[in-house]
Design a protein around this ligand. Structure first.
Ligand code: LHQ
Length: 259
């Protein structure tokens, strides 16, 4: 349900249930989590590229998994979040390596919100984002109420979540919800090139940069200045910093090792 391939330091992760628009069943949840864990554990992986197979990125939870017509007690969706979505969200955010997301088609429900948890999101111009939850009586999850509100502010976050209206990729980019919308044919090559260049970068410094930017949302300026000092101290001791400065002085391209 999830394809993995490593090339040039990039772990490419492809959600692969195209006949169900890559909606999440338990198997796909576990496979995605295992892939992100692998990126945490393997030093040779220096960036992740997440995308979907077929015409969609992900339609969120597989709604066929729990058919209310079959009767039985109401499901405990809180447990589903605790067991499946939330660990993956936390793993993406805590991974100190860049995660590029190439949204190749529709991203609905938790599928959209997983994309927004990634570090750099590119989307095909034909792709759209839908906070589909309101249509089935649920609340946005997978971090959606957090990321939408932080990125867009309350007015747009509320309108998207309460109406479940689709948001096209170009508008999402105009609103700053994603990095950019690109022609459909250009999406994968451009996302791959970006992931490759990030994987060739100073991974330690990039990881600390991700950490700092994420911490900024809840830090005071004083706390943030202290964290920047600590991270810069660490980055300043890295081999990649020495290499970066040396390469600059020698007027050549740096060869970063990620340490
Ligand atoms: C699907 C799905 C799908 C199963 C398309 N499931 N089959 C929820 C509950 C539990 C725990 C906590 O978290 C959550 C989080 C959530 O994510 S809730 C939100 C769940 N997602 C949705 O409500 C979106 C449902 N899907 C749609 O609204 C549409 O499919 C979209 C707008 C995504 C795409 O529309 P179309 O491009 O017109 O495609 P389609 O509807 O024809 O779908 C293609 C196939 O994929 C179709 O199967 P079929 O056998 O008829 O060809 C759909 O049934 C299937 N599919 N989404 N979530």
């Amino acid at each position: 349900t999830v394809l993995q391939a490593v090339s040039d330091g990039v772990l490419s992760v492809t959600l692969n249930r195209p006949e169900k628009l890559n909606s999440f069943n338990e198997d796909m949840h576990l496979a995605l989590r295992a892939a992100i864990r692998r990126a945490h554990d393997d030093d040779a992986i220096r960036a992740v590229l997440l995308t979907g197979a077929g015409r969609g990125f992900s339609a969120g939870q597989d709604l066929g998994d729990r058919d209310p017509r079959k009767g039985g007690p109401a499901p405990d969706l809180g447990r589903t979040l605790d067991s499946f979505y939330n660990p993956t969200l936390r793993l993406i955010r805590s991974l100190e390596k860049p995660v590029v997301c190439a949204v190749n088609g529709v991203a609905a429900g938790a599928g959209a919100n997983i994309a927004f948890a990634c570090d750099i999101v590119l989307a095909a111009k034909s792709a759209k984002f839908i906070q589909a939850f309101a249509k089935i009586g649920l609340v946005p999850d997978a971090g959606g109420t957090w990321s939408l509100t932080r990125i867009l502010g309350e007015p747009r976050a509320k309108a998207l979540a309460l109406t479940a209206e689709p948001l096209m990729a170009e508008k999402a980019a105009d609103w700053g919800l994603i990095w950019k919308a690109v022609d459909d044919d250009a999406l994968l090559p451009e996302a791959q090139a970006l992931a490759q260049s990030l994987a060739a970068g100073p991974t330690l410094g990039l990881g600390l940069t991700k950490r700092l930017i994420q911490a900024a949302a809840t830090n005071t300026l004083d706390e943030q200045l202290d964290e920047e000092r600590d991270c810069q101290q660490q980055a300043g001791r890295s081999a990649d910093y020495a290499e970066g400065v040396t390469a600059f002085l020698e007027k050549r391209k740096p060869e970063f090792k990620g340490k």
